[in-house]
Design a protein. Structure first.
Length: 243
């Protein structure tokens, strides 16, 4: 009897153990299913948020590219405007220089003497007078300049007045246009044209820091006149008779 009771108690314990194990397995299976649902929900939510962030980053990248293109265009426009401003500044400087030069020449013309004789020539024969004087000077220049081969370095000096002005500047130094006009006996207009011609051809330099402008010879022309004076002195020393 005791053996039978032990067997019965053992079988009951086994049955209870099996029942508890089955219940625990069901509980574990339910928990794993619930955990899977939570993980799936979390993954879906995270994926949606990542998608929103990616879309925002794409929009920001597009805006940055637009701003970059706009900045590049703005810089290019600034460069074009800067180049135009530089060209405008150059033109303004040139215009100011020309205006200053014209004003200086006008002051020189106003300060130069103007005789009644010259005024009558200008009023009576405005077109024929200068051409006749220039023709006379050209004919005289051939006789004056031909015997001086040393002045071959001054090819465009064609009139005695031009040679007289250069000689005066070589001997007496810098002078203004009114002073030159009084010495050579020419009108203001004629002297202004003469000095402009000599200046543009590179025979004289012009000091624009003073009004009226002062003119002086360039070094090349000074050397030409010095050589001529040296040769003239040598000729005089040779021609002196020895006692």
């Amino acid at each position: 009897m005791q053996i039978h009771c032990d067997v019965m108690s053992r079988s009951r314990v086994r049955d209870i153990t099996l029942m508890l194990g089955l219940r625990r397995r069901k509980t574990n299976d339910g928990g794993s299913d619930q955990n899977g649902d939570v993980a799936r929900l979390f993954f879906d939510s995270f994926s949606k948020r990542v998608g929103i962030v990616e879309e925002g980053l794409k929009n920001i990248s597009t805006e940055v590219n637009k701003l970059k293109i706009s900045m590049d265009r703005s810089q290019l426009s600034d460069l074009v405007l800067l180049e135009r401003l530089r060209k405008a500044e150059v033109l303004v400087r040139e215009s100011l220089n020309w205006t200053k030069e014209a004003a200086g020449i006008w002051r020189e013309l106003k300060e130069m003497p103007f005789t009644k004789e010259e005024r009558s020539v200008v009023t009576s024969e405005p077109s024929a007078g200068p051409s006749r004087v220039d023709a006379e000077e050209a004919s005289l220049s051939r006789r004056v300049l031909a015997p001086i081969p040393e002045l071959g370095t001054l090819p465009s000096i064609t009139t005695p007045t031009e040679l007289q002005v250069l000689t005066m500047l070589a001997n007496e130094g810098a002078k203004s246009a009114p002073e030159i006009g009084r010495v050579v006996g020419r009108s203001r207009e004629h002297t202004a044209r003469l000095m402009k011609k000599l200046y543009e051809e590179g025979y004289i330099r012009r000091d624009q820091t003073r009004i009226p402008f002062r003119y002086s010879l360039v070094d090349r022309v000074k050397q030409t006149f010095k050589k001529q004076e040296t040769r003239d002195g040598e000729k005089e020393s040779v021609s002196i008779p020895q006692s």
